[in-house]
Ligand binder design. Sequence first.
Ligand SMILES: [Zn+2]
Ligand SMILES: [Zn+2]
Length: 284
Amino acid sequence: MKYIDTHTHINLRAFRDDAHEAIRRALDADVAIVNVGTQIDTSRQAVNLLEDFPMNVYAAVGLHPVHTFSHDFEDEEEVKFKTREEGFNYEDYKALANTPRVVGIGECGLDYYRLPQDRDHAEIKRMQLEAFLPQVKLARELDKALCIHCRPSEGTMDAYEEIAELMKQVKKDQPDFRFEIHCYTGDLPTALKFVEIGAYIGINGIITFDKTGRSESVVKGIPLENIILETDAPYLTPVPHRGKRNEPSYLPLIAEKIAEWKGESAERVAEVTTANAKKLFKLE
Ligand SMILES: [Zn+2]
Ligand SMILES: [Zn+2]
């Protein structure tokens, strides 16, 4: 496949009625996909989809930080729903992760963005960390890529700095450890800290509509050798499909935007980022 959508969610409810068709459209567009779990049931669904597609479909299993505590949650597209509180059950996730073509652990990490006002933030952060650390351990035990979700509190880089510090320690201990920061929305200096410790940076449709200039400075400022492409579908639909549900077949639009900013051909962006994803996930 020419492209790899390294972070997508055909396993979520938004694709309940047409998951197979959406995957087929991706494969027809030369896009291989990694379906990423957010809880035990969506992780299981990501694994179930592997049975129907013997090639070019992969999965990651993990517990998202916003699902470690219950609250009214607004997702990336500002859809409101109530999350269930789930603890990380090591053995359950390990059993799933041992399925062939499960190539990553996650998405997992820290999310400090708009924590609920009526909850103790120190306690929520502790719960998130308690779910994150065993997932780091599981990735190491099974030699899988770690798929990190990280969102700092508004106007800061706090969660990114904590994750960078943690990963620095892990890399010191195990230099060949492989991980990515998916949906990177931080600033360039923080991105460069991740690059320095060998992280892959997940870039998605945000770059097609971000007017702040931050995405542009990050994409221009980090090496192509550290960039991987993702859609994070059904969220974060790229231009010109804004307002519609996102899907992995739109991935080439992200490669085109990166090519424009980096002054490279879209062909070269596809080639390098696909090679990066293969290294990250240890694909043949
Ligand atoms: Zn995420
Ligand atoms: Zn996601």
